[in-house]
Design a protein around this ligand. Structure first.
Ligand SMILES: C[S@@+](CC[C@H](N)C(=O)[O-])C[C@H]1O[C@@H](n2cnc3c(N)ncnc32)[C@H](O)[C@@H]1O
Length: 357
């Protein structure tokens, strides 16, 4: 064997393990991977970990079960005498030994059992508006954001708008919150349509692109809908198409409460929202919540959920790229339609929700 001197300072080193390397990625790991990962890091090593409601939980022992997971991965599915059952991307696992910082292993397992139904989180992320997309700047810099007669944006937005239109009634008096440049308006056949957005540029574009489609356009912030001074119970339908994910924490709660207040009794709130789960991790520029978490928020505002359905299939990046080129676009569109036939909530990019007051 011939050795070659790598030279001073030019050799390569494996990076040192860092504490964050012990984080379990529930959305990507199969039961076997979670098992191997946990076993490799268990005592006397520092331990694989996850987060429960913002608290770090070290996992010392798990066992793979025969049962396949029917829940989204990372859910605390059920309590057993000797532990808790967790769903993964594949089979379920039994977690029998774990520890929250500062608690004993026994106390930790007891606490975890009380959190059945909740999800382990990837990490503690603190979203701020500085991280989210700022549409005031986007509209100002690039003009229309959604309008594209061909291509991927066209397909998925068209499906999104059509799905919403199916929920409308010709007698509906509608408020479209976060209406943007108003592409949805064209799809709706309703008695009255009012749009709200916090970008004046978007509202101006709406008037230019779809003159007369909206009866009124109001400059307003979804975080302070009350500032619009609209009388309560004014609308039979409130729509929010792909905009709710730009609100964080208490702002989302406030917006939902105002939506509830503005709806007539038995009125509907119809929204579309990106799906995050095992197949799609989500976008750092939007506060995307898992479908069940968003549903809880909506219920807390007083609504009853009537429908949650997938509307846009997840497709490969290649399909997206090809969607802009003639010829290839046709092929890509066919692939999109095929994927759509097999779509479930997990394999959808966006879902539609319908909630009743
Ligand atoms: C992804 S676009 C969706 C636009 C439109 N609903 C559609 O489906 O074509 C998000 C829209 O939400 C608006 N938006 C985001 N945050 C808002 C806020 N706090 N108040 C009012 N509008 C907001 C943006 O200006 C943008 O028009």
């Amino acid at each position: 064997m011939k050795f070659i001197y790598a030279g001073k300072g030019t050799g390569r080193y494996w990076p040192k393990r860092q504490p964050e390397n012990g984080l379990i990625n529930w959305e990507k790991m199969t039961a076997k991977q979670v098992y191997d990962f946990t076993r490799a890091l268990t005592k006397p090593y520092p331990g694989a970990f996850t987060f429960v409601n913002g608290k770090k939980l070290y996992i010392w022992k798990i066992r793979i079960l025969e049962q396949k997971s029917s829940d989204l991965p990372g859910r605390i599915v059920r309590v057993k005498k000797n532990g808790v059952i967790i769903s993964t991307c594949g089979k379920q696992v039994l977690l029998s030994d774990c520890q929250f910082k500062g608690l004993s292993r026994r106390e930790s397992l007891k606490l975890l059992k009380e959190r059945t139904g909740e999800y382990f989180k990837q990490k503690k992320t603190k979203l701020t508006y500085t991280k989210l997309k700022d549409f005031k700047i986007i509209f100002q810099k690039q003009g229309a954001y959604h309008v594209s007669p061909r291509g991927f944006k066209g397909w998925f937005l068209r499906d999104n708008y059509r799905a919403i239109a199916e929920e409308c009634n010709p007698n509906d008096v509608v408020l479209d919150i976060g209406c943007g440049e108003g592409c949805l308006g064209e799809y709706l056949e309703v008695k009255k349509l009012i749009g709200v957005d916090y970008s004046q540029v978007a509202l101006d574009l709406c008037q230019q692109l779809y003159p007369g489609v909206y009866d009124d356009l109001l400059l307003g912030d979804l975080r302070r809908l009350e500032a619009l001074s609209l009388p309560k119970e004014s609308f039979s339908l409130i729509i929010c198409s792909l905009s709710l994910m730009y609100l964080i924490g208490s702002d989302l709660t406030k917006c939902l409460k105002q939506t509830y207040r503005l709806l007539k009794p038995k009125g509907y709130f119809v929204f579309t929202y990106p799906t995050v789960g095992p197949l799609r991790k989500g976008n750092e520029e939007a506060a995307e919540l898992q479908p069940h978490v968003l549903q809880e928020e909506i219920k807390k505002a007083g609504f009853t959920i009537e429908k949650i359905k997938p509307i846009v299939p997840l497709i490969s990046e290649e399909t997206v790229k090809n969607s802009f080129f003639k010829g290839k676009a046709k092929k890509a569109f066919k692939q999109y339609l095929r994927t759509k036939k097999r779509m479930t909530l997990e394999s959808s990019y966006h879902f539609l929700g319908k909630a009743r007051k």
